[in-house]
Ligand binder design. Structure first.
Ligand code: CA2
Length: 148
């Protein structure tokens, strides 16, 4: 681990619409607001915060995290329910991986109940809205420090 820990926060499809559409489900904060929350609780750790609508780009970024990150936080959005490729990419990592959802998919439609990410993750945070990102950064820092 470098002196300044690096935490990568990756966001999947449609999350660029946060704060703009469906605020009753996903809240009023934008992704930029959430990024600011992550940086604020990161205690000096370097936060790399990204969003893409493309599955292959997420895979590329997960592979990049293998080289450059001390922990990965991933909101895979709908790809969590569909992507074996995401699962396979995550399985190559040795750093802590936190799966994150704003809503609680287990309390929503049946098609959201399965996640290909959960079985490749260290832990899952779901249902706490934007605050979940802060919890995830804190959990990532805790794990990084524990591992030395
Ligand atoms: O609760 C979450 O964070 C989800 O990952 C969000 C995904 C959904 O498919 C997962 O089941 C749970 C959907 C992201 C869509 O984001 C939007 C944001 C604003 C407006 C419309 C969609």
């Amino acid at each position: 681990m470098a002196e300044t820990p690096a935490i990568h926060v990756l966001n999947g499809p449609n999350l660029n619409l946060l704060g703009v559409r469906e605020p009753h489900i996903y809240g009023r904060e934008t992704l930029a607001d959430i990024e600011a929350r992550c940086v604020a609780v990161a205690d000096g750790a370097k936060v790399t915060f990204r969003q893409t609508n493309h599955e292959g780009v997420l895979i590329d970024w997960i592979q990049e995290a293998r080289e450059n990150a001390d922990a990965l936080i991933l909101n895979p959005a709908a790809y969590g329910h569909t992507s074996v490729a995401l699962h396979d990419a995550l399985k190559t990592l040795t750093i802590p991986v936190i799966e994150l959802h704003l809503s609680n998919p287990a309390a929503r439609e049946a098609f959201r109940h399965h996640s290909y990410v959960s079985s490749a993750a260290t832990g899952v945070i779901a249902g706490f809205g934007a605050h979940g990102y802060e919890l995830a950064v804190q959990a990532a820092l805790h794990r990084i420090r524990e591992r030395g």
